[in-house]
Design a protein around this ligand. Structure first.
Ligand SMILES: CSC[C@H]1O[C@@H](n2cnc3c(O)ncnc32)[C@H](O)[C@@H]1O
Ligand code: ZN
Length: 443
């Protein structure tokens, strides 16, 4: 018998590898944090001597979900301002508060809260874009989740840096002092075409080439962004980025709501990763990403929630349902974005975008054991003819019971194992009091 650390037996195993077949009544064997084998329960019992066996006959196992676009620490701003469009939300409500309150402690507490929420909804890896990425880095290490953290660039002063030179200096120092590994990757994160000028984008293109880094930004989010770019630069933001040599498979473009047919073709041909955030786009009434048309052209697609201040949750189980339903409504076609395609976007598609697909994104021997167990044995998801249909169209995040990252169990029967919720709640409370202060008093 082969010795392994854990044997997880489950009613269904959904590997999500392109040719991977659904296993009914199967098992995953894990050793040294990695998947050793996927097989039937009987074969696993014959082959493996496990230190720990977990039996989940009513559950489906899926790869850990990958949130491809968020601003983790913005959990502390959840619900602070709702029901306004993007630029009013940013200019009048979010940015004034960020300037006043965001510091390393804000980011530590907000990111801890985000990690708690993400693990409890099956997310095991996320792409972050926020100030003080060094503080997010600490929390990722402390909690055991995986992340691709953004090295921020904006052409105006913020609590993180005062001028373009300081952003560059801080980002270079982080790259040097905190080397990337299989738990944390770095991304270059210019905020958006309207907050970053050509000179900064030129530096970013150089750094991306030199340090082999990907570039994560907000792109074509609103009609206003396109109009302002035409007025200021005489070109649409995607064309401007193309002139700056950034439109390629290293570009991670969040939103991509407003796209011409020609732009859809360019994005697909060049391998740009589109980070689709349907709930944030709906809530800010930014428009509808043509995700079915992008999928028809085989564009690289991933799924994100955006921050908790515009979504207002970090729930990828719910986001998958919204993405699937919205795509059908927008395309006028019930065949648009089937459940299996959405699950692929939320797992392998995200891992590919974040440059983590060599080690996560699907359940395959050799990859890390980033595994999520979803309880389908509840009234809400019975009877179960098709577990993928149940997960995307019927289940809620409360049905995520157990989560492993690299073979470490970070959620056990919905209880967080490395985060102390009582202590975290106490840490959140002073922020809640400060942030509730009316804006007029900040001026
Ligand atoms: C430079 S750190 C990230 C920056 O982005 C802001 N933000 C949050 N959500 C959105 C969005 O949907 N579009 C544009 N900018 C967004 C956040 O408040 C930070 O300032
Ligand atoms: Zn965003």
């Amino acid at each position: 018998m082969e010795p392994v650390d854990i044997l997880i037996q489950a009613g269904w195993i959904i590997p999500v590898v392109p040719a991977g077949e659904l296993l009914v009544d199967g098992a995953v064997a894990v050793a040294d944090g990695r998947i050793v084998a996927l097989c039937s329960r009987e074969e696993a019992e014959r082959r493996f001597q496990a230190a720990e066996t977990v039996s989940l006959p009513d559950h489906a196992l899926i790869p850990g979900l990958v949130n491809a676009h968020t601003h983790a620490a913005m959990t502390l701003l959840r619900g602070i301002t709702d029901d306004v469009p993007l630029m009013e939300w940013l200019n009048d409500h979010i940015w004034p508060r960020e300037v006043r309150w965001v510091d390393a402690d804000f980011v530590r507490t907000g990111t801890r809260l985000a990690v708690a929420e993400m693990l409890r909804s099956g997310t095991t890896c996320f792409a972050d874009m926020y100030f003080f990425p060094d503080a997010a880095w600490e929390v990722v290490r402390e909690t055991g989740i995986r992340a691709a953290l953004g090295l921020i660039f904006v052409d105006f002063p913020t609590p993180w840096a005062r001028c373009p030179e300081e952003y560059l200096e801080k980002n270079r120092a982080l790259l040097q002092n905190c080397p990337a590994d299989d738990q944390i990757q770095w991304l270059l994160a210019p905020h958006a075409p309207y907050s970053v000028g050509d000179a900064t984008f030129e530096r970013i293109a150089e750094l991306a080439d030199h340090a082999n880094l990907r570039v994560h930004l907000h792109l074509h989010e609103t009609a206003q962004e396109i109009h302002e770019s035409l007025d200021r630069y005489g070109e649409r933001p995607l064309a401007r980025l193309d002139r700056l040599e950034l439109v390629n498979e290293c570009l991670l473009a969040a939103h991509m709501v407003h796209l011409t047919e020609e732009e859809i073709e360019t994005v697909a041909e060049r391998g740009v990763h589109v980070l689709h955030c349907p709930e944030s786009n709906l809530k800010l009434a930014s428009g509808f990403c043509p995700v079915a048309r992008l999928a028809d052209r085989d564009a690289a697609l991933a799924l994100g929630t955006d921050g908790a201040a515009s979504n207002n949750d970090l729930d990828l189980i719910g986001e998958m349902r919204t993405a699937a339903l919205l795509a059908k409504g927008v395309a006028g076609d019930p065949e648009a974005l089937p459940a299996a395609r959405v699950l692929e976007m939320a797992t392998l598609g995200g891992a590919e975008a974040l440059h983590f697909d060599h080690c996560i994104g699907s359940l395959e021997p050799g990859k890390y054991a980033d595994i999520v167990a979803v309880d389908l044995g509840r009234p809400e998801t019975q009877p179960c003819y098709d577990p993928i249909s149940q997960i995307v169209y019927a289940a809620t995040r409360e049905q995520v019971t157990d989560v492993w990252v690299g073979g470490q169990q970070l959620l056990t029967q919905r209880r967080l194992t490395r985060l102390d919720w009582t202590a975290l709640k106490a840490e959140i409370r002073p922020w809640e009091i400060r942030l509730a202060e009316p804006l007029e008093q900040l001026e």
